[in-house]
Design a protein around this ligand. Structure first.
Ligand SMILES: Nc1ncnc2c1ncn2[C@@H]1O[C@H](COP(=O)(O)OP(=O)(O)O)[C@@H](O)[C@H]1O
Ligand SMILES: [Mg+2]
Length: 267
């Protein structure tokens, strides 16, 4: 080893480098906070508005209906919408550890719980985003869970990268729509996450027109499984605006998401 190069660990990281040491310590603490969670699954696409939050919420409740213990982590810092989708208004002060809220059987925590006014924009830059995310992840006390569903932020830069790296996700599902633009962005996102070494568990076509174009394009390009489709349905807006979960209130939506959840859980 060259003089002054420090001690290398697997992958070439220098463990005498203070920044590297800090990162390793952060990762260790996040791992400790999540040690009771069997499967951590991200819901992701670089494009906004394709239904990441809709899929995260309904997938979490569908898995819960199948008898699993489920947690739901809203990690979208810029637009944390899960509390609105679930009609909850819980706020946290600075006291740690943070405890997820039980909402009809699913344990939920959101970055929105730290923001006084949900209508105010959240403007954080790179290092602050990473700091905030790490603090949030390290200090949340999850109990034993079969699945933790993570609603990831859109984009392919700081926020999704920091979360994927800090959380050590077991895998992620991609959300697309039948639109070519959505599939193109889903493919880009998929490639980015795969490059970080996170397993791609499959693609879901949301707002489907029944053609299957979006899911076929993504699964063909990334050679991944198709987990299912969710038809375009105005009821999603209706239920979400009232803070109620579509999957527990509508039979056809329930069938769609139970199919996806079973495939994901290999049932
Ligand atoms: N299958 C669907 N059919 C119709 N509208 C949908 C469907 N899925 C989601 N939506 C609506 O589309 C909008 C964007 O969904 P959202 O889950 O917030 O996307 P993202 O989290 O990717 O930004 C919301 O108004 C939501 O109610
Ligand atoms: Mg969202």
């Amino acid at each position: 080893m060259a003089e002054g190069s420090g001690t290398s660990i697997k992958g070439g990281a220098d463990i005498t480098n203070p920044i590297m040491l800090q990162l390793l310590e952060q990762k260790r603490r996040v791992k400790e906070a999540l040690k009771g969670v069997k499967h951590k699954i991200g819901v992701y696409s670089a494009k906004g508005g394709v239904g990441k939050t809709t899929v995260s919420v309904n997938l979490a409740y569908a898995l819960n209906m199948l008898g699993f213990k489920v947690g739901l982590l809203d990690a979208d810092i810029d637009c944390p919408n899960i509390t609105m989708f679930l009609g909850i208004d819980q706020k946290y002060d600075e006291s740690y550890p943070l405890k997820p809220v039980d909402v009809n059987g699913v344990k939920v925590i959101s970055t929105a719980m730290f923001i006084d006014d949900i209508k105010k924009p959240v403007i954080w830059r790179g290092p602050l985003i990473a700091k905030m995310i790490n603090e949030f992840l390290q200090n949340t006390k999850w109990e034993e869970l079969d699945y933790l569903i993570v609603d990831l932020p859109p984009g392919t830069s700081d926020a999704p990268l920091s979360i994927m790296q800090s959380l050590d996700l077991d895998g992620f599902v991609l959300v697309t729509t039948p639109q070519h633009i959505a599939s193109t962005n889903a493919i880009r996102s998929g490639r980015m996450a795969k490059r970080l070494g996170i397993a791609l568990l499959g693609v879901i076509e949301n707002m489907s027109d029944g053609s299957g174009n979006g899911k076929m394009e993504v699964s063909g390009a990334l050679e991944c499984e198709v987990l299912g489709s969710v038809m375009k349905n105005e009821k999603f807006n209706y239920f979400s605006d009232r803070g109620t979960v579509p999957v527990v209130n509508d039979e056809s939506i329930k069938e769609e998401f139970l199919g996806i959840a079973k495939k994901l859980a290999h049932l």
